[in-house]
Design a protein around this ligand. Structure first.
Ligand SMILES: Nc1ncnc2c1ncn2[C@@H]1O[C@H](COP(=O)(O)OP(=O)(O)OP(=O)(O)O)[C@@H](O)[C@H]1O
Length: 606
């Protein structure tokens, strides 16, 4: 038995249905696929006798037309006595309206664009000047830059530049075009010296991979392209340290460190958790570059919840120094520590690049900024920094000026979104719970005036009774997207933790939908699956977020780690809000969110 195909125009009607009618529609499609074909009714007085309607729910019907894609054609199949002529579902409407619409359809007006083309029906609508970009293939759209923004990406500046703006305002694309422009200038100015002279760096691997692919498109000449190194901030630190020491550094995550240091705290009789010590080391000692105990005793531990009396500071300092030293002997590094080491090595050996372009800048640690500062000589067009303080998901807070990076008078604020539709923005902004955040230039950054030029369907929120139901609903939804012609690699599905992610991948694979991890996926044609953190900085046509449930978001463990401290709890909530906001704003065409039982407070307490 064949599946009931859907027409390219189906999805835009579908997303406007109430969740109940959507579920009933999916149930009919599922029944059709399982061979349990619901009755297709002929339509009295129809202009085209091949048109059918199918009952979806009380008072709702689907309009079904012959599928021009299918072989053999519907008439041949009917003549051959097949009981399963290929049809596709055109729309679902209230019954009377569906019948009226079905009667009016004529053979010559039946939509004959094949399904599975490019899903153009899903694309959001915007002003005429954006239509060309929106209707072009997604990969092409992803490198589109607004003409106004060329002024910045091709400008000449007396020092470092900072570009800020909400999700989808074009920051990443500006970073890409800036890197390409600088490489072209460099090729013209130094034709004989073709080493890597421009660094384009970002926070996570998925985004670095996508930047590298898009840069290949922007710089087709291999000689110019090879002048740009695209790397995550961590891999940059690793290669710098390895090239100086000849040893590949072994990395320890924060969780591993917290576990090790818990034992340390116990052994030293310190009344602090491992997590507290790691945070104190990374967020105070490494962040401020403190080398001496008196400096630590005097320093302002801004952003830290727990007060530390001088005698406690002394103990904490001794313990941290001893164990950070032991890690170095072992060749084990934390990420901020390694970047600090790379900065020291570069301070001695000299800069590596002529220009540095930084994306997702809001999440970098101060030691990573010191490394970048040391990687490029101070001067015109040295650093081009793009970021959004409202999307900071790490604990890292920086003041660029205090790190020797001066962007005063060279800041650009973007306020128009070219990716996130107004509908998705209206739904996602309340999740953030605030309108102002401290920027890297030490000024408050506000989202006031941030708006979109695009209109599209409202996000769909689905409440499910069980995890199994949530996964089944997802499978059906992804199928609808694929059938509407959205490319598999243009769809991302994410959850807050790896347990949710594993369930997603298993469900989709069981349905014959190929999946691949969000990080390092390359050009593979498969649905991207990963954590919400891995979605950061990326963009997709359709995004589904699972497990946005009360018991999973914020995660229990994060709430418990706050140990009832009100400030720490608020910090956890703000980080989780930001993470969810970032995940929701990755979608251009469609956003689908589901939960089991009660929804997360982050989407229910508006
Ligand atoms: N004038 C335009 N017309 C159509 N599309 C555009 C235009 N300008 C930018 N875009 C597209 O909008 C998308 C959003 O841009 P981009 O990913 O750079 O946003 P961002 O500010 O980095 O977002 P985020 O902070 O969420 O990562 C890009 O794919 C870009 O090509």
């Amino acid at each position: 038995m064949s599946a009931l195909a859907i027409a390219p125009t189906f999805l835009s009607d579908f997303t406007r249905l109430t969740p109940d009618v959507q579920l009933d529609t999916l149930a009919v499609m599922r029944a059709y696929q399982a061979g349990d074909r619901p009755g297709l009714e002929s339509v009295a007085g129809a202009a085209d006798p091949r048109v059918r309607v199918v009952s979806i729910a009380r008072d709702w019907s689907g309009v079904i037309v012959p599928d021009p894609d299918a072989a053999p054609g519907p008439e041949e199949a009917e003549e051959a006595g097949s009981d399963d002529p290929p049809y596709r579902l055109l729309t679902v409407r209230p019954r009377a309206e569906a019948l009226r619409y079905a009667r009016s359809l004529r053979p010559e007006t039946l939509p004959d664009a094949p399904t599975g083309t490019d899903g153009a029906a899903l694309a959001p609508v915007g002003p005429p000047e954006l239509a060309g970009a929106l209707n072009s293939p997604f990969a092409q759209w992803q490198i589109t830059l607004h003409p106004d923004q060329h002024q910045v990406t091709e400008g000449h500046f007396n020092g470092s530049v900072q570009v800020t703006g909400g999700p989808g305002t074009g920051k990443t694309v500006m970073a890409l075009h800036r890197a390409a422009h600088l490489a072209e200038l460099d090729a013209a100015a130094h034709p004989e010296d073709d080493r890597e002279s421009v660094l384009l760096t970002t926070y996570n691997r998925g985004l670095a991979q996508s930047l590298a692919e898009r840069l290949d498109q922007l710089l087709p000449d291999p000689g110019t392209r090879s002048r740009v190194r695209v790397a995550t901030i961590d891999s940059l630190a690793r290669t710098i340290v390895q090239s100086h020491t000849g040893v590949a550094p072994r990395m320890a995550s924060r969780d591993e460190l917290a576990q090790r240091w818990r034992a340390v705290a116990l052994a030293d009789g310190l009344p602090f958790s491992g997590r507290f010590l790691v945070d104190e080391w990374e967020q105070v000692i490494l962040a401020k570059g403190l080398e001496l105990l008196p400096d630590y005793i005097r320093c302002e531990r801004s952003g830290r919840v727990q007060h530390l009396a001088p005698e406690h500071r002394r103990q904490v300092w001794e313990t941290i120094r001893r164990y950070a030293g032991a890690m170095r002997v072992e060749g084990l590094w934390s990420y901020p520590q390694l970047a600090g080491e790379a900065a020291r090595l570069l301070d001695r050996s000299g800069p590596l690049y002529r220009h540095v372009v930084v994306d997702e800048a809001q999440d970098l640690h101060p030691t990573q900024w010191r490394m970048l500062r040391a990687a490029v000589p101070e001067g015109p067009d040295d650093l081009f920094i793009v970021g959004d303080p409202h999307q900071r998901v790490s604990d890292n807070r920086v003041s660029l000026a205090s790190l020797g990076i001066n962007v005063r008078g060279r800041g650009h604020r973007l306020r128009v979104s070219y990716r996130v539709t107004q509908e998705i923005l209206d739904w996602s902004m309340p999740i953030l719970g605030r309108r102002s955040a401290l920027g890297m230039d030490d000024d408050a950054d506000t989202l006031a005036g941030y708006r979109s030029l695009l209109r599209g369907p409202a996000p769909v929120v689905r409440g499910c009774a069980s995890r199994a139901e949530e996964l089944t609903a997802l499978g059906e939804w992804v199928r609808v997207w694929l059938e509407a012609g959205v490319g598999a690699s243009e769809i991302a599905v994410a959850g807050r933790n790896h347990w949710v992610v594993r369930g997603i991948a298993k469900e989709l694979e069981a349905r014959g939908v190929a999946t691949t991890p969000l990080e390092g996926a390359g050009a593979l044609s498969a649905v991207r699956v990963g954590t919400m953190h891995q979605l950061k900085g990326q963009e997709f046509r359709c995004v589904a977020l699972l497990g946005v449930s009360e018991h999973l978001l914020p995660p229990r463990a994060a709430l418990e780690a706050a140990e009832g401290d009100q400030v720490a709890l608020e910090h956890v909530y703000q980080q989780e809000r930001t993470l969810l906001f970032v995940a929701c704003t990755r979608a251009r065409d469609a956003l689908y969110v589901s939960h089991v039982g009660q929804p997360s407070q982050l989407i229910s307490e508006w």
